[in-house]
Write a protein that binds this ligand. Structure first.
Ligand SMILES: [Zn+2]
Length: 653
């Protein structure tokens, strides 16, 4: 194993998520994007720190806790845990998770507030205005629509109160120049233009406190404990407090390299308030030449997911349901879909149908088939090649991979995840075409073509090894399976995806293991899952009379006796059981829609009849490989059984 010396440092943050509801598609998208980028940069050898966390103060949390008759901290603990659990389930590789109710955060917030107060950047003043209790903020006359909150469409309340204010208005001209001098600070470019648009209007000073008479659930101002810190001076500073605050070692190391990933809904606080706050606190660098100063707060801004879009009849109803599809289709399929479907920075539409379409076409068909056919060919023919032969690689594929790798790097430098994946899928297409054109199965039949066969098999193994590395940031679980199948146990690095590994001999290739069903196809033509459920509810067993079939058509069905060795319910499904069956020497998983008719325990040890050659399918996230036969009439259902014993694997005809 080689030791890597990090060339670059990379600090990436997600927004901290407000814990007034469960994690949903919006949170998950930002976090998945951040995770893919962090994995990519780690693979490139960078010293990466990925931060996420939760925003836990404010009226909404205090009120919800009061309604539930519990302390706000108890509510915050529970809801923050839901985010932690969700990121664990999604396999997110964050290095730190910060909560705004942690002492390490409050300390840094108070230190910075005190420093700004001492410098005269914060003053005490009176403010009257139209306030929305739902948004916990004042609205300016320009923002108010028909006298109502533009977000809630509810009437606003005029309130007047004394508060502390941050002198943001003095930074207006500086900020305009800053954004103009550093075009890279906000990407994509349209969001920088949007910020410059905001700055054509006079910038107001920012209210940074709320009186404790109205709100106690917040961080007390260090210079006046009759007030707590208001939203942004609490929330935004998490990016600094998580590093230990100014002066801390982690801060010195990571802060100059910070990138904030955000959705466009929080562009204004991140693009206007935040740089002004940092500038006032001396934490923002504004000069390329003076590298010792703290970093630019670079923003990488993504668009919204819309749901359903009225495009296709079947769609998920809300953002929480949308996220639940990770359980149904798996993390990798979900990750792939959101990364591939949304051009970073723009809006995109989320439907279950579109997800399944990409799963079937890109993952099952393009990638899954390639892995299956290539590993099958290598496993079948590697041993036939003469020992001691040095493998050569096909230069055509080598060139394609060099180009593809460069395209991935260029796309990732711009956070263009969709383009990075498109470049990898171009490679997958090239390799699939290579299999078609080289026809290794034909070469294997001709003893005069052994050299050529070995070159083709070696090139395929090398292509899969490189794809296994390139895919790691995007579909990590499947990429690891591909790496394992080709026997790649070396440390994963992007540099190794160079199509240059010396596959020394055919013996090397015999380590390659067949890998099929990486992404089983999903059938959503019917409302409920079909393939793999008993004949009684599946397409082959519909009661509609069909035309007669020939004996040859019948013989295409591979019906077998199987023994049930284990049975368990499929989580969140009323109907489905996950059966482990023995079929001769083979063990398989079959999902059967019989949970309402048989308790799992009653099935273990029983012999049943299965269709053994049915295409695999995934039902509620479980891969099913075959179908158990059952008869049904009305509500009654009965499994087919043998009236005397036969060994498992016996043919049924
Ligand atoms: Zn509102």
């Amino acid at each position: 194993m080689s030791s890597r010396s990090p060339e670059r440092v990379f600090y990436l943050t997600t927004p901290i998520y407000y814990i007034n509801g469960p994690p949903h598609l919006g949170h998950a998208y930002t976090t998945i994007v951040a995770d893919a980028m962090a994995r990519y940069r780690r693979l490139a050898g960078d010293d990466v720190r990925l931060l996420t966390g939760t925003d836990e103060h404010g009226d909404k949390i205090a009120q919800a806790a009061a309604r539930g008759g519990e302390p706000p901290q108890a509510l915050a603990d529970r809801n923050a845990q839901a985010f932690r659990d969700e990121w664990d389930a999604l396999g997110i590789t964050h290095d730190d998770f910060i909560r705004t109710t942690e002492p390490r955060h409050a300390r840094v917030v108070q230190d910075i507030l005190q420093a700004l107060f001492d410098k005269g950047e914060i003053y005490f003043g009176k403010y009257g205005g139209s306030y929305c209790f739902g948004c916990e903020r004042f609205y300016t006359d320009k923002e108010i629509v028909d006298g109502k909150c533009p977000d809630h469409q509810t009437p606003l309340t005029y309130i007047e109160e004394e508060n502390y204010f941050f002198r943001m208005s003095v930074y207006q001209e500086w900020l305009r120049g800053y954004l103009e001098r550093h075009p890279d600070v906000v990407q994509p470019d349209r969001y920088r233009n949007e910020l410059l648009g905001f700055l054509r209007e006079p910038l107001q000073d920012l209210s940074i406190s709320r009186p404790t008479s109205r709100l106690q659930w917040g961080i007390p101002l260090p210079f006046d404990d009759r007030f707590v810190t208001y939203v942004w001076f609490d929330a935004l500073l998490n990016y600094v407090s998580a590093l230990g605050g100014p002066g801390a070692e982690d801060f010195r190391r990571y802060w100059p390299h910070v990138h904030h990933l955000i959705g466009k809904d929080i562009l204004k606080p991140h693009g206007i308030y935040w740089p002004c706050m940092l500038k006032a606190a001396g934490l923002l660098r504004d000069d390329e030449a003076r590298a010792e100063l703290p970093g630019f707060a670079r923003l990488r801004v993504h668009g919204y997911w819309t749901l359903g879009g009225g495009k296709i009849s079947k769609s998920v109803g809300n953002v929480v349901e949308a996220l639940a599809l990770t359980r149904k289709y798996g993390n990798d399929a979900f990750r792939y879909f959101v990364l591939r479907e949304m051009p970073f920075g723009q809006d995109a539409n989320f439907t279950e149908d579109a997800l399944v379409e990409r799963l079937n076409a890109d993952l099952a068909n393009d990638l899954g088939n390639l892995v299956s056919r290539a590993t099958t060919l290598i496993a079948a023919h590697a041993a036939k090649a003469p020992a001691g032969r040095v493998l050569t690689r096909d230069p055509g594929l080598e060139g394609a991979f060099r180009k593809g790798r460069a395209a991935v790097d260029a796309a990732m430098a711009e956070f263009a995840f969709h383009r990075a994946l498109a470049a990898i899928w171009e490679l997958i297409t090239v390799v699939n075409q290579y299999v078609d054109s080289q026809q290794p199965w034909a070469l294997a039949k001709d003893p005069g073509q052994t050299d050529r066969l070995v070159t083709v098999l070696g090139s395929l193994a090398e292509a899969l090894r490189c794809l296994g590395l390139l895919l790691l940031p995007f579909v990590p679980e499947s990429a690891a399976r591909i790496r394992a199948a080709v026997g790649d146990r070396t440390e994963a690095t992007l540099a190794a995806a160079d199509f240059g590994r010396p596959w020394r001999s055919p013996e090397d290739l015999t380590a390659v293991q067949r890998l099929t069903g990486l992404f089983p196809r999903v059938d959503r033509t019917a409302d409920t899952p079909t393939a793999g459920t008993p004949a009684a509810t599946g397409p082959a067993g519909t009661a509609t009379p069909t035309g007669r079939i020939s004996i040859d058509e019948f013989k295409r069905l591979d019906l077998r006796v199987a023994e049930v060795v284990a049975a368990e319910p499929v989580p969140k499904s009323k109907k489905l059981l996950k059966l482990t069956i023995r079929l001769g020497d083979e063990s398989r998983t079959i999902v059967a829609g019989i949970a309402e008719h048989y308790p799992p325990d009653a099935l273990v040890g029983r012999k049943v009849v299965v269709v053994a050659n049915l295409e695999p399918a995934t039902l509620m996230g479980v891969a099913s490989n075959g179908m158990v036969l059952a008869g049904s009439a009305g509500d009654a259902l009965a499994l087919l059984a043998l009236d005397r014993d036969l060994p498992s694997g016996a043919k049924v005809r």
